[in-house]
Design a protein around this ligand. Structure first.
Ligand SMILES: *[C@@H]1O[C@H](CO)[C@@H](O)[C@H](O)[C@H]1NC(C)=O
Ligand SMILES: *[C@@H]1O[C@H](CO)[C@@H](O)[C@H](O)[C@H]1NC(C)=O
Ligand SMILES: *[C@@H]1O[C@H](CO)[C@@H](O)[C@H](O)[C@H]1NC(C)=O
Ligand SMILES: *[C@@H]1O[C@H](CO)[C@@H](O)[C@H](O)[C@H]1NC(C)=O
Ligand SMILES: *[C@@H]1O[C@H](CO)[C@@H](O)[C@H](O)[C@H]1NC(C)=O
Length: 417
């Protein structure tokens, strides 16, 4: 390989670009949104189904919670970093539809109504997300959208909603599950409002049937494949393992308009160490994941804020090429991942999966990154996480040695010159 001619390298590059164009051919839902992975805040992991506002006024699922989160997003740099959607999850509804069959918010917890909440969120330059379910009931037992897809889509649009998370509990049969997700997508389109459509279709389908991602991408802007994230390192590990095991089928489908969703960022909560938080941020960037934080933006450490607002990491996640990264090797309890970026660049992550001892060095050759193109014939290397630092210029046959803490990740950006 080291003797490869310049012409050979150019041919290899042309071939890789042609392959990349082919892989990007799957058509995405054409609703004008989610051209890069959507970013925002979603209440579920941190606030769950708190409905008792008398007992816990600051943490119950109420209009106050979303207004305070929107205010923090606008004033504390989150919006400037790219976080845009303030999203409601399950448990916002009244137990029954209104006399005209429409969904309605719980009157005690959302006394001003969703339209007013949307107005407030929009006045901050942000967008509002709501939640419903494809079946007769949501996961927490509130009214589902089955048999009401068009009415609910119209209701959401009339309120000024910008994103719908559509859960899959109580889906009935596999046919109803698929028809429900398709019909809601068409109903949202018919409203004429661009509404990000967040699906859980493959998650509910998978136990019984291999999802058809070409089809799912025609109807959804992002889709959950795997279990809910929780506030723990074991949860983050299981999501990464699942993604790596299934990367041959899911990575190629991701692109502008349609994304695999590994679930919320839990950074800023209680369960992750600093190194594990760095790993979640780095790997969610590598996976081109929608970045929905679930934490309390009114009370978050400066370290978590620095990490979540890190512009270089977010730029890797939001890269306009829209390619999801993948694991290249797993060796001696290290994992090496890469994500192709625009401008002949690659993001490279080295994850130390060993959970005993101290920092360890991982040494790898630049020759094989990016199918031989990442550092061809030379490149600049910059470390983005856990701290930013320039690593200078390297050439095609160089090796890099990076020191990685247990359960931590070193994230690099390699630009071919
Ligand atoms: C509805 O679908 C059509 C055809 O795919 C598309 O051109 C249009 O932009 C969509 N409208 C909305 C609001 O999603
Ligand atoms: C919802 O309930 C109705 C009436 O019981 C039933 O016919 C229908 O199949 C249910 N739908 C789903 C998606 O479970
Ligand atoms: C989806 O829409 C089609 C066409 O309107 C309808 O025949 C079908 O019953 C709907 N399916 C569900 C689950 O609502
Ligand atoms: C998957 O869905 C696409 C688009 O609807 C369709 O063309 C294709 O035949 C489906 N593939 C399989 C294996 O069913
Ligand atoms: C890793 O390599 C660097 C540079 O070669 C060296 O300074 C450092 O001590 C090494 N760390 C470990 C944990 O071996």
């Amino acid at each position: 390989m080291a003797a490869m001619t310049a012409a050979g390298r150019r041919a290899l590059r042309r071939w890789a670009l042609a392959l990349a164009a082919l892989a990007a051919a799957a058509a995405a839902l054409d609703n004008g949104v989610a051209r890069t992975p959507p970013m925002g805040w979603l209440h579920w992991e941190r606030f769950l189904c708190g409905t008792d506002c008398a007992a816990d006024p600051r943490r119950c699922v109420s209009e106050q919670l979303f207004m305070e989160m929107a205010d923090a997003m606008a004033s504390e740099g989150w919006k400037d970093a790219g976080y845009e959607y303030v999203c409601i999850d399950d448990c916002w509804m009244a137990p029954a539809r209104d006399e005209r069959g429409r969904l309605q918010p719980d009157p005690k917890r959302f006394p001003s109504g969703i339209r007013k909440l949307a107005d407030h969120v929009h006045s901050k330059g942000l967008k509002l997300g709501v939640y419903s379910d494809v079946g007769n009931k949501t996961c927490a037992g509130f009214p589902g959208s089955y048999n009401h897809y068009e009415l609910d889509a119209q209701t959401f649009a009339s309120w000024g909603v910008d994103l719908l998370k559509f859960d899959g509990c109580n889906f009935g049969t596999l046919e109803l599950l698929a028809e429900g997700y398709r019909n809601m997508s068409l109903a949202l389109n018919k409203t004429g409002r661009s509404i990000v459509y967040s699906c859980e279709w493959p998650l509910y389908l998978r136990p019984v049937q291999q999802p058809n991602y070409t089809e799912i991408k025609q109807y959804c802007n992002h889709w959950r494949n795997f279990l809910d994230v929780s506030d723990s390192w074991s949860s983050i590990k299981s999501i990464l393992d699942w993604t790596a095991i299934h990367q041959d089928s899911i990575v190629k489908i991701a692109g502008p308009g349609g994304w695999n969703d590994p679930d919320m960022l839990v950074i800023g909560n209680f369960g992750l160490s600093w190194n594990q938080a760095v790993t979640q941020m780095a790997m969610w960037a590598i996976m081109a994941a929608p970045l929905f934080m679930s934490n309390d933006l009114r009370d978050i450490s400066p370290e978590a804020k620095w990490l979540l607002q890190n512009k270089e990491v977010i730029a890797i996640n939001q890269d306009p090429l829209g390619k999801q990264g993948y694991r290249i090797t797993k060796d001696n309890n290290f994992e090496l991942w890469e994500k192709p970026l625009s401008g002949r660049a690659h993001a490279v992550a080295v994850l130390n999966r060993q959970e005993i001892g101290g920092p360890r060095n991982f040494t790898f050759s630049l020759t094989f990154l990016g199918n031989g193109l990442a550092c061809n014939p030379t490149c600049s290397v910059r470390q983005v996480l856990p701290t930013s630092r320039d690593w200078g210029f390297h050439n095609w046959v160089s090796s890099l040695s990076v020191e990685v803490n247990p359960t931590g990740t070193v994230l690099l950006k390699v630009v071919a010159l």
